[in-house]
Design a protein around this ligand. Structure first.
Ligand code: ADP
Length: 251
C-alpha cells in the first residue's frame, strides 16, 4: 500500500509505501489455517475412539435378535464416518491453503485399488446399487490415497444427491496414456448455469442447502487432480443425473 506525500503546490514529492498490511493479512490467514488444523486434529482423536467402540458394540449386537439396536449402531457408525470425512476435508483445506498439500506418487496396480473400494463401498453405500466397470491391467503412477479421497468425494456426492435405490456407475478406462475415471448417478442433476462454479471453494448449489455439506469436496478433488497434471470435469442434466470425470496420466 503506497500513499503520495505532497508539497505546498500539490506536487508529489515522494511515495511512502508499506508492505506490513499484506504481511499481517498473511499472518492472520496462517493463524486461521493453524487453528482449523489444530481443531481438526483434536476432534479426530475422540472420533476414532467412538468409532472403535461403536464397531465393538455392533459386533455384540449382531449376536442378538435386537434389530433396532443393530440399526442404531450402523446409523451411528455412518454418522461418525461422515464427520470424519468432514474433518479430513477441513484438514486438507488448511494444508492446501498453507501450501502443504503433499502429493506422494508411487506406482500401483489399479485392479487392487478397485477391489479394495468395491468391498468398502458395498458396505458403506448399501442404500444404492453401485456398479463397477474396470480395465484391470493398468499401472498408475499417482498418490493412491489422494486418488481414493477424490473417488470417495465423488461417490459420496453421487449417493448424497440421488435417491435411495438408484444406480451409481463407477468406470475406469484407459484413454491413450491417461486413466479416465467416471462416477455416474441418476440423481437431481445440476443446472447448466451452476456447472462452472462447482469446483470453487465453499460453493454449494443453493436449493440443495438442505442437504448437509461445506462445499469443499469438489474444490479439494480438483486441487488433487491438478497436482497430478490431470483434469476433472462434469456433465449433467438437471433432473436426470450427473457424471463426474477425472483423468490422470498413467505411468
Ligand atoms: P458439498 O457436497 O459438501 O456441498 P462439494 O464440493 O462436494 O460440497 O459439492 C459442491 C456442490 O456441487 C454441492 O453442494 C452440490 O450442490 C453440487 N454437487 C456435487 N455433486 C453433485 C451430484 N452428484 N449431483 C448433484 N449436485 C452435485
Amino acid at each position: 500500500i503506497a500513499s503520495p506525500v505532497l508539497d505546498e503546490d500539490g506536487n508529489i514529492t515522494m511515495w511512502v509505501g508499506s508492505t506490513t498490511d499484506i504481511q499481517s493479512l498473511k499472518e492472520e490467514e496462517q493463524r486461521k489455517n493453524d487453528f482449523i488444523s489444530m481443531v481438526s486434529h483434536e476432534l479426530k482423536t475422540p472420533l476414532t475412539s467412538i468409532n472403535v467402540y461403536l464397531q465393538m458394540l455392533l459386533r455384540k449386537a449382531e449376536n442378538t435378535e435386537d434389530q433396532f439396536l443393530k440399526k442404531a449402531y450402523i446409523q451411528s457408525l455412518k454418522q461418525v464416518r461422515n464427520m470424519t470425512d468432514m474433518i479430513n476435508g477441513f484438514l486438507n483445506v488448511s494444508r492446501l491453503e498453507s501450501g502443504k498439500l503433499h502429493i506422494d506418487k508411487a506406482e500401483f496396480d489399479l485392479s487392487e485399488l478397485v477391489e479394495e473400494i468395491k468391498t468398502d463401498y458395498k458396505f458403506q453405500y448399501s442404500s444404492h446399487t453401485v456398479i463397477f466397470s474396470a480395465n484391470h491391467s493398468v499401472t498408475v503412477d499417482a498418490d493412491r490415497l489422494k486418488l481414493i479421497q477424490v473417488l470417495n468425494n465423488l461417490v459420496g456426492n453421487a449417493v448424497k444427491y440421488s435417491a435411495t435405490g438408484t444406480t451409481i456407475t463407477i468406470s475406469f478406462a484407459q484413454y491413450g496414456h491417461r486413466l479416465r475415471v467416471s462416477v455416474k448417478d441418476e440423481g437431481m442433476g445440476i443446472k447448466t448455469e451452476n456447472l462452472n462454479k462447482l469446483f470453487e471453494r465453499f460453493y454449494r448449489v443453493e436449493q440443495e442447502s438442505i442437504i448437509g455439506g461445506f462445499g469443499i469436496g469438489l474444490y479439494l478433488s480438483a486441487e488433487i487432480i491438478e497436482a497430478h497434471d490431470g483434469k476433472i470435469w462434469v456433465e449433467s442434466e438437471f433432473g436426470k443425473g450427473s457424471t463426474f470425470y477425472f483423468e490422470v496420466p498413467l505411468s
